[in-house]
Design a binder for this molecule. Structure first.
Ligand code: HXC
Length: 256
């Protein structure tokens, strides 16, 4: 598909790359951009040749937030009636893992978009923040909730109420991201490649199980995990994986 605000490519076997591409607006997340992003993500989620996704911006900016110029004149009745932002989290509904490779600014909706991904890697230059308080609002794309779960209440309160930015090093210390990487895009593609080299059903089951940890009690989460684990014994990849181990050879996944 041909897009105006994003680029798509296949940088490695089994891997799809989506690049936010509104350089003049610092990748500000407009409605048209999100329509394209959702379309690309849905297409890759349905494409059997793709087993992991990477989402990135440019060196300078991952995304500087929701498009403030687009939001400026909206009234409560507009945002309520049009369910403003509701479709922005479609990304979290996909089966395949998605890795955010963050360089430069990831502010407001940009930080929230990164947090909607399954894994975040950041370059040393990355600057995260939820600066919405500075423009008279609060995070609206999950910032208060996902940040609180990831880094705790006190830090989330401080960041949300002061609007101060935080560094890649802080994000790594606090456990918001996996790690800081000098070659963040290359690294993200490499992680995605590794994931894509596994059996796709197990990968997607693993993602689903981890996500349940954020939604339910430990007891229910453990039950859920066990059920999914049991279910994998119905797959060809389980037979192949365990046979290959016993026979001292590499498994050939059929993703079935
Ligand atoms: C619209 C934006 C924008 C944004 C930058 N631009 N951020 N346009 N929405 N969020 C535009 C600028 O207006 C400018 O356009 C061009 O991009 C370059 O930006 P500059 O400010 O000149 O660049 P710089 O001085 O390098 O400063 C970079 C910056 C700053 C620190 C990232 O742009 C900034 O503070 N941006 C806003 C960050 C923010 O508040 N984000 C939260 C948004 S609210 P022109 O036309 O002048 O060249 C939000 C709500 C979340 O995200 C809702 C849920 C998803």
């Amino acid at each position: 598909a041909q897009y105006e605000h994003i680029l798509t490519s296949r940088p490695a076997e089994g891997v799809a790359l989506i690049t936010l591409n509104r350089p003049k607006a610092l990748n500000a997340l407009s409605t048209p951009l999100f329509i394209e992003l959702n379309d690309a993500v849905a297409n890759f989620d349905h494409d059997d040749d793709v087993r992991a996704l990477v989402l990135t911006g440019s060196e300078r900016v991952f995304a500087a937030g929701a498009d403030i110029k687009e939001m400026k004149d909206k009234r409560y009745s507009d945002v309520f009636k049009n369910k403003f932002l509701e479709s922005w989290s479609l990304l979290t509904q996909i089966r395949k893992p998605i890795i955010a490779a963050v360089s430069g600014y990831a502010l407001g909706g940009g930080c929230e978009l990164a947090m909607m991904c399954d894994i975040i890697l950041a370059s040393p230059s990355a600057v995260f923040g939820q600066p919405e308080i500075n423009i008279g609002v609060i995070p609206g794309g999950g910032g208060t909730q996902r940040l609180a779960r990831a880094i705790g209440k006190s830090r989330t309160m401080e960041l949300t109420l002061t609007g101060r930015n935080f560094t890649a090093a802080e994000a790594a210390d606090w456990g918001l991201i996996s790690r800081v990487s000098e070659n963040v895009l290359e690294d993200a593609i490499s992680v995605a490649s590794t994931i894509a080299s596994k059996g796709a059903i197990a990968v997607q089951a693993g993602k689903e199980a981890v996500n349940v940890a954020y939604e339910t009690t430990l007891h229910e989460g453990l039950r859920y995990e066990r059920r999914i684990f049991h279910g994998l014994f119905a797959t060809n990849d389980q037979k192949e994986g365990m046979s290959a181990f016993a026979e001292k050879r590499k498994p050939t996944w059929t993703h079935s």
